[in-house]
Design a protein around this ligand. Structure first.
Ligand SMILES: [Zn+2]
Length: 552
């Protein structure tokens, strides 16, 4: 899962009781021409997981040796398994990125009413540039733009009537809250994509703003100030291309001080921003910004292999299974005795599952083509998946679904599988059929309060118009849902306890783990993939649920 964004999730496992395995294998799903489904086994999954999470792999960091080792491992394993290269004769797809570190000489000051406000970097503001420049300097007027959303589908434009080109915009995170009159606006309780900070940064680029600062509150961001502060104190990565000269966060206290000095009240303006028809408010302030950066060019790699389809026509269409190979790497200067973020659950588990799935899929092709894709740089903002959809190895309009795996169940089998995000498309109904054939239920849907749908690689495919979701991810939504077969209370406790290991050096492989739940999750994902790959019709979005369309 993506960095500095979701420190409070737990993992929701899926399910597959062994006693139903044979039944599932022999059950032909509706619309499916094949009689047998390949069976995922534990031994290869465990072996790949143990190796990928080993200290020798140095946490599979982006731009680090451990990352290169992971790519080389996947490339050779794909060949050993018998996958066909997805990129001509190669399994690799190069993704060009920029690594950007904000230097401590960077500064920002506000000039307001003849006074100067100098926010402290790291305490009052954090920022970086997103344009790959070593130094950016500008003076600009400051404008409050409410939620900073321009969404024609929601008939909402926080930029109406004011050109913010060349200006520093200050915006709130999250999206307009439901009202009595409009209980379902912006997804009701669920977070919609325009509520995400990534959307706001992208929108600032589209609007031609000089830069953007988001007002941090723990409630609206769903994490404390330390999370963006920590994120911006480290190297950040971008796909080379257009970006903001400055993007970052301002503390609520600093924003309150700045607004007051400009003769405005932060709370009043925020309340106005909740009302349909809100217009941006120019503050009587200017900013002088100076962003000094260390910038380096990095080439990372997605790894991808293919199982060609059998049907003369449908083989031109493909189902993608994806699982990001990167984690947070190694930092000998982290001041701890353990310097390695092993990322055993996040996401050596998904990578290993995909390898185990591919191993059995090659011997049993489906009607459509299947692509096994291991994207890079997910932890840096879903960059490998973004790079893929910008330069797809298979035509996007011939790509019918993406089934993503990120951080799998390590506490044993469950009776219900989480399919959060699938309800946006016909993949939900197909998931239900696949679950039933395996003797499983689907976990109940819960509101996606934290925007989990936008935080894993499948989202880049969804934005590109392809029905996609993260299989077994119900726990990313609030309380989550647990229905374990064995010792449910203890299993639940172990899942919840993983919170303290999330994105920590303690996310390590433990040989005593019960991987039956992981095998079950991989089997469900593969069965779902075959149901799609063999189905008569390709998956379709439900009306208004295609994220990419909603945010243009
Ligand atoms: Zn992660």
């Amino acid at each position: 899962m993506i960095r500095y964004d979701s420190e409070s999730f737990v993992h929701m496992p899926p399910h597959f009781p062994r006693r139903f395995a044979a039944l599932a294998v022999l059950t032909a799903l509706s619309g499916s021409a094949v009689a047998a489904l390949p069976v995922v086994t534990e031994a290869p999954l465990r072996a790949h997981l143990a190796f990928l999470a080993d200290d020798l792999m140095e946490g599979r960091g982006t731009g680090q040796r451990g990352g290169s080792l992971a790519v080389r491992y996947l490339e050779t394993q794909a060949a050993a398994i018998g996958l066909r290269p997805a990129n001509g004769k190669s399994y690799l797809q190069a993704i060009n990125m920029l690594g950007q570190s904000t230097l401590p000489t960077s500064s920002m000051q506000f000039n307001v009413g003849g006074k100067t406000l100098a926010p402290r970097l790291g305490t009052d503001v954090v920022f970086a540039n997103g344009n790959g420049q070593a130094a950016t300097r500008f003076d600009a007027p400051v404008v409050f733009v409410g939620y900073g959303i321009d969404s024609p589908d929601d008939k909402w434009n926080d930029f109406a009537g004011l050109d913010v080109k060349g200006k520093l915009i200050i915006a709130m995170v999250n999206d307009p809250q439901p009202t009595a009159a409009e209980p379902n606006r912006f997804g009701g309780k669920s977070l919609t994509y325009p509520g995400r900070w990534t959307y706001k940064f992208e929108e600032a680029v589209r609007q031609g703003a000089a830069g953007i600062l988001l007002i941090h509150t723990t409630a609206s961001a769903s994490y404390p100030w330390s999370v963006p502060a920590n994120g911006f104190s480290h190297e950040q990565f971008h796909i080379a291309g257009p970006g903001n000269a400055l993007q970052g966060w301002i503390s609520e206290d600093m924003a309150r001080t700045l607004f007051a000095a400009s003769g405005q009240d932060l709370d009043t303006l925020r309340a106005q921003a909740e009302v349909r028809g809100f217009k941006p408010v120019a503050l009587s302030a200017t900013v002088r910004a100076s962003v000094d950066s260390r910038v380096r060019k990095i080439e990372e790699f997605n790894v991808a292999g293919i199982v060609p389809g059998l049907d003369p026509k449908l083989k031109d269409e493909a189902v993608i299974y994806s699982a990001h190979w990167d984690h947070l790497g190694i930092d000998p200067g982290n001041g701890k005795s353990d310097h390695i973020w092993n990322g055993a659950i996040d996401n050596a588990s998904g990578v290993a599952a995909l390898l185990a799935m591919a191993q059995v899929a090659v011997a049993n092709p489906a009607r459509r083509t299947q692509i096994f894709l291991w994207p890079c740089a997910e932890e840096q903002g879903l960059l490998g998946a973004l790079g893929y959809v910008r330069a797809p190895l298979w035509p996007l309009d011939q790509t019918v679904a993406d089934l993503n795996l990120d951080s799998l169940n390590f506490v044993g089998t469950t009776r219900a599988i989480g399919v959060a995000g699938s309800e946006r498309s016909s993949l939900y109904a197909t998931s239900g059929e696949v679950a039933k054939a395996m003797g499983l239920r689907l976990a109940p849907s819960v509101p996606d309060l934290g925007g989990a749908y936008f935080r894993a690689d499948h989202f880049q495919f969804a934005k590109a118009g392809i029905p996609a979701f993260n299989v077994g991810s119900a726990v990313f939504s609030g309380d989550g849902y647990f229905d374990f077969e064995k010792e449910p209370a203890a299993a639940k406790a172990r899942m919840v306890a993983f919170n303290k290991d999330y994105h920590q050096v303690s996310d390590e492989y433990r040989p005593e783990w019960d991987l039956s739940g992981m095998v079950q999750q991989a089997q469900f994902t593969l069965n779902l993939g075959y149901a799609v790959a063999n189905g008569a019709a390709r998956p379709t979005w439900k009306p208004g649920q295609q994220v990419g369309k909603a945010v243009r």
